[in-house]
Write a protein of this length. Sequence first.
Length: 489
Amino acid sequence: MPGTVFLVGAGPGDPGLITRKGLDCLRRADCVVYDHLANDSFLLETKPGCEKIYVGKQAGNHTMPQEAINRLLAEKAQTCETVVRLKGGDVYVFGRGGEEGAWLRREGVPFVVVPGVTSAIAGLAYAGIPITHRGVARGFRVMTAHDKGGGLTDLDFSSMAGTRDTLVFLMGLSLVGEIASRLLAAGKPPETPAAVISEATLPAQRVVTAPLSELEARVREAALPSPALIVVGEVVNERETLRFFGEGPLGGVRVLVPCVGDAPSRLGELLRGRGAFVTETPVRRIREIPGVLTEEDVRWAQALVLTSRRACAFFFAQLFALSLDARALANVRIAAVGPGTEEALQSYGLRADLIPEPHTGAGMEALLRRVLAPGTRVLYPKVKGLAPELAEALDSFCALRAPELYENLPAESAALPADAAFDAAVFTSASAVRGALELFGRDALAACGRFVSIGPKTTAELEANGFAAAEAAHADLGGVAEKLEELFS
Ligand code: SAH
C-alpha cells in the first residue's frame, strides 16, 4: 500500500503565506521533494529524520528533468507514508503540478493537492497593486513569458492591447523589453502604467513602476534580480494609495527575534505591524515538569506571585490537573509582574491585586516588601534552576514555596540561514541571549548590528558577552518596539 503524495504550494516567499494545511503536511512529512523556493525556511519545519530532496529548477538550470521528478515521487511513496512535493506559489500556476498528478494517477499512487498563494496575485498585493479594482480592471490574465519554445511566440498581444484587464507575466524578467515592445506594437498606449516586482513578499522586495514605454530602461537601471513579476494595467496606479509592505515607523528594518519557546511571538506580530521584517527563531525549548504543584501548596498559600505569561499558564495547567480551579485562589492575593502576565491571568477569570512598577523582578521584590506582612505564605511558581534572585529575596522575608513547574532546555532548531542578514536583534530575556549564543555563535550574532534588550537582566547578559545593548524604557514588548523605532528613525 503506497503512501500519499501531497502536492503543496509554499506561497510566494513570506513564510506566513503557506496555508495551514500545507504546513501541517510539511510537519508530518517523511520525505520532502522541493524546488528552488523563494524562501527555504520552510525546511526548518520538517520533523527530525525527514528526508529532504532538492530537485530545484531555476531558469536555464534544470537540476532534474520532470520525468525523473515524477518517478522519484512515485518511488518515495512506496516507502514513505507522507511525501510532500513542495513548490513555490501555487502548484498549478506554472508549477507543472498537473503533470506530476497525472503521473501519480497512472502509477496508482494516491495524491492530494494543497493549493498555495500564488505570486501572481499575492506578489502584486504586497506591492500595493490590487489585481482587479472596481471601475479600473474587471479581470486579469496571468501568463508565462516562457513557453515550450522558450519565448513569447504563442501569446496573443493584439488581444492584450485591446483589453483593460490586468496583465501579469511570470518568468519574464529577461524579456521585459520584448514584452513591452510587442504590446506597444499591438497598440497598447505608451503611457499605460506598468510595474516590475522583484522578490515579492520578501524583505528584499523591490518595485519599479513606469509607463509601459519606459519600463525596460527603468528596470535595467534598477538592476532588479529575479524572481520577478511584470504587471501592465491601470491598477498599478493604486500602489500610491495601497502600498503597505515594509512601510511604517520600522519600515524595512530586518529584525532577528530569538525566542524562548515557540515562535511566532507577540513581539514579532507587533514589530511586523510597524513595518519591520521579522525573523523569529526558537533558541531555547520549554518543557513542563508535570505533577509538581500540590493541592496542599495551593491551600497553604496566602499570596501568589506570577512573573510571566508562561509561569501563569503552567500554574493553571497544574491547578486544573489537581481538579481545582480559580476558586481555590479566592482568598489568595495575586501579584503579576506586568500587564502581559495580568492579561494571561484574566483569561482564567482572575485579576491581579498587585502589579509592580517597574515591571521587573526587582520591582516585584520592592513592592512585596512594602505590602506583605513578614512571614506571609507566598507561592511563586517558576522555571527550574534559572533566575534565582527573586526567590532568594522573597525567602528572606516571607515563607516561600517556589515549585519549579517547567524547564528551559536547548532548542533543537538549526542555524540561521546562510544568506540571512539583519539590522538588529531583539532579546526579551537573558535566556534568549544565552540560547542565541549557543545556537548561532558569537560572530553570527555580532553581524546583527544593533542589540535591543527588554530590561536590566537581559542587558547585563548581553554586556557580559561583549554586546552593547539599547534597553527599553519600560520592560514590556511595547517598550522594546519603541526602543527599536528610536534606533532606526
Ligand atoms: N507556481 C508559482 C509560479 C512558478 S513560475 C506561483 O504560483 O507563484 C516562477 C515565476 O513565478 C518566477 O519567474 C516569477 O515570475 C514568479 N515568482 C514566484 N515567486 C516570486 C516572488 N517572490 N517574487 C516575484 N516573482 C515571483
